[in-house]
Design a protein around this ligand. Structure first.
Ligand code: GLU
Ligand code: MG
Length: 451
């Protein structure tokens, strides 16, 4: 859509405000809005934003970071392809924005640009990455002493469909109106927990979709008098919420899924094995980017299907990387890798960009995944000696440990670039410092509906 068309559509629909949103180092969606009268100019020149915004933690504690002080600006430049009139707030529209320097170059600390850089690297290898983010989330009411799950339904149980029906129907309608294709729905294991998946698309759009998704669910739930939580572990006694990433790599014209190989015993190609090997090698540091909040480590635990070990395997839901079984008559189309150590407190651009960067490292170096780390059993059923023999490690069990692993992984920090890596690490360290002084109740309250 060109700029003139965007302005015309916004005016015809009676839109007053158009928000230019981005997602920051803390995983918070932020942005500024322009009145429709200034939209045409803003589409070109953007809206000014202080450089310090990437120095915020999720508690708005501004960190001291070189180049991110009170002096200097970037521009929020919206991507015309992301213009959407909000079905749950029809006088408003939203666009996803890049952070661009005043000299018109991508800002190195822009997360969306990091994903674009990873995708350009894939393209230089002849690969077009398709992705889907698969969020789980809770519906809750707010009572005097805190949030309470919407219902006490069981896993996949029809009773859960009943209690959440009105809000889920409105969420689906709003997602479809905004161009997200809904695939499946079910009442997940936790009380009040939901899983509503959307179709895969090109990876940049998949990350944009996740922002649109989070906004839509939170707003629609709120209109029903409910609170939606995408926090990794909003209720300590209930299942955690992941946001598994499904990935496939296609050739330039999108005709062939290059992760598919019908002659292989698991139906995946040498390229897919190299991608797996890259992800497995970088996994301990990677999770600081995909499970980035204090609350993330309450979810990651052995035996909860939120994988805690460095292993991969066929249809193995305790593995960090699952090779999903294929669907009849759609073998090539359904081939993908599921990266499971990820949740919605992550920045979707950083999460996708870093998983892709890790996988591409495996491809560029022609790595093979370790057979010892390939598991078709539950890792929690193996003894410590057997895990050790197979080279399977426990993943970092705290944000602090994960941050140290990321600091040591220069493949990942180099891919991010100095400014993004430094600011990200500083923000995450500050979150650890602050939350580790406080109790679980405080941590959960401050993660509950930020994401
Ligand atoms: N809730 C689990 C998680 O935290 C995943 C359950 C599933 O496989 O759908 O990732
Ligand atoms: Mg699930």
């Amino acid at each position: 859509m060109n700029n003139r068309e965007i302005v015309r559509r916004a005016r015809d629909a009676g839109v007053q405000l158009v928000s230019f949103f981005y997602c920051d180092n803390g995983g918070t969606i932020r942005g500024k809005a322009t009145h429709v009268s200034g939209l045409e100019g803003r589409l070109n020149s953007g809206i000014g934003l202080t450089l310090a915004m990437q120095a915020y933690t999720s508690m708005d504690d501004l960190q001291v970071i070189q180049g991110m002080g009170p002096v200097g600006e970037v521009r929020l430049i919206p991507d015309p392809d992301t213009f959407t009139i909000l079905p749950y707030a029809p006088k408003r529209a939203m666009m996803l924005a890049d952070l661009v320097t005043t000299s018109r170059r991508p800002w190195e600390a822009c997360p969306r640009d990091f994903l674009k850089r990873a995708l350009a690297r894939a393209e230089s290898l002849g690969l077009t990455i398709q992705a889907a983010m698969e969020p789980e989330w809770y519906l809750a009411t707010k009572e005097e002493d805190g949030f309470v799950p919407l219902d006490e339904s069981l896993d996949n149980a029809s009773i859960g469909y009943t209690f959440a029906q009105d809000v889920i129907d409105d969420v689906i309608e709003a997602l479809e109106t905004q161009g997200l294709r809904v695939q499946q729905y079910y009442a997940e294991l936790g009380h009040g927990q939901q899983e509503l998946s959307i179709e895969h698309t090109d990876a940049l759009r998949a990350a944009d979709n996740h922002i649109i998704y989070r906004e839509t669910v939170r707003n629609v739930a709120y209109q029903h008098g409910l609170f939606a939580s995408f926090a990794p572990k909003p209720f300590p006694d209930q299942a955690g919420s992941g946001c598994h990433i499904h990935l496939s790599a296609w050739d330039g014209d999108g005709a062939n899924n290059l992760f598919y190989d019908s002659t292989d015993y698991q139906n995946i190609s040498a390229l897919a094995y190299q991608f797996i090997a890259g992800v497995m090698e970088h996994l301990p540091g990677l999770i600081a980017l995909t499970c980035p909040s204090m609350n993330s480590y309450r979810r990651i635990s052995p035996g909860s299907w939120a994988p805690a070990f460095t292993c991969w395997g066929p249809d193995n839901r305790e593995a960090a990387l699952r090779i999903p079984s294929l669907f009849w008559d759609a073998e090539m189309a359904s081939t993908n890798l599921e990266y499971r150590t990820v949740d919605s407190s992550s920045n979707p651009y950083i999460a996708l960009g870093s998983v892709i960067a890790a996988g591409l490292d495996g491809i560029e170096r022609g790595l093979r995944p370790s057979e010892g780390q390939r598991l078709d059993v539950d890792p929690t059923s193996l003894t410590t000696e057997e895990l050790e023999r197979r080279g399977i490690r426990r993943l970092p069990s705290s944000l602090k440990e994960a941050i140290s692993e990321l600091e040591a992984d220069t493949t990942l920090t180099d891919a991010m670039g100095e400014q993004l890596a430094n600011s990200y690490l500083t923000v995450r360290r500050a979150e650890w410092d602050m939350f580790s002084q406080r109790d679980a109740e405080f941590e959960i309250r401050h993660h509950f509906y930020k994401y």
